[in-house]
Design a protein around this ligand. Structure first.
Ligand code: HEM
Ligand code: HEM
Length: 193
């Protein structure tokens, strides 16, 4: 198991960040959609608090992940992949990173504009208010942004997953395999990449 990525494959830390964020996003997205349908009674407060803390955890993981991405090497595109596809993949990944930040930040900003209760991360760390207190003007803007950016993330992530499957089943290259846990790309000479 190699922690760092190289020209042929993703390291275990990059894989861990990728798949833990995918799983947490799934849980968080379903939780968000179910949570807003619950009758507004005091017993839903812990559910909302859980959603907020998990969302802030995803934001932290996204930050750590991007930091590691900037420090770590990253695998080369498969040999012979056209330039427009390489640019497309880079743009798609940049968009995914952008949405990964924008969704939790707009949720946090919505919570700040609502200012019903102070925001605590897992009951431990009090988070700053992003809007400088309650704001009836900003509240609906961030509420809609949180919801729509989430749907945009679902759409882009679905497209991204479909492209990964096309790489695997149609192009038959190692793009998907090298992101899967516990596997390393089949040996290929580094000069090929
Ligand atoms: C990546 C992380 C997050 C995801 C995927 C996510 C997803 C969602 C989804 C799908 C909804 C339901 C939207 C709707 O249909 O109206 C929602 C609602 C909500 N989220 Fe998040 N969320 C995230 C992070 C956060 C964070 C960090 C906070 C606050 C600190 C937050 C606060 C809220 C609140 C308060 C609502 C209820 C909105 C309403 O009452 O209409 N979310 N979230
Ligand atoms: C919410 C879901 C997802 C998000 C937010 C996401 C995000 C990302 C990002 C940002 C990268 C670029 C890595 C980097 O340069 O740091 C990436 C790479 C990758 N993702 Fe995802 N991903 C998601 C789901 C999936 C799924 C479901 C699959 C598989 C079906 C998948 C397969 C891959 C593969 C194979 C790569 C490596 C591409 C390469 O080597 O160039 N991802 N993902």
């Amino acid at each position: 198991m190699t922690l760092k990525s190289d020209a042929l494959g993703w390291g275990s830390l990059a894989k861990l960040f990728h798949w833990s964020v995918v799983i947490l996003l799934l849980v968080q997205g379903v939780l968000g959609l179910v949570m807003v349908e619950l009758p507004k009674r005091p017993n839903v407060i812990p559910v909302f608090n859980f959603h907020k803390s998990l969302g802030l955890t995803i934001l932290l993981l996204a930050l750590l992940r991007l930091g590691w991405r900037l420090l770590d090497r990253h695998p080369q595109p498969p040999p012979g992949m056209p330039r427009w596809q390489v640019h497309g993949a880079n743009a798609g990944h940049a968009l995914l990173y952008g949405l990964l930040f924008a969704v939790p930040i707009t949720g946090w900003a919505f919570d700040s504009a609502t200012s019903l209760r102070p925001l605590f991360w897992w009951g431990l760390v009090q988070m700053p208010n992003l809007t400088g207190g309650a704001s009836q003007t900003l509240k609906p803007i961030f509420q809609a942004a949180h919801e729509w950016l989430f749907f945009a993330l679902v759409l882009v992530a679905a497209g991204h997953a479909a492209v990964a499957l096309v790489h695997h089943f149609v192009n038959r290259d190692d793009v998907l395999r090298r992101m899967l846990p516990g596997r390393r790309a089949p040996s290929r000479s580094p000069t090929e990449s």
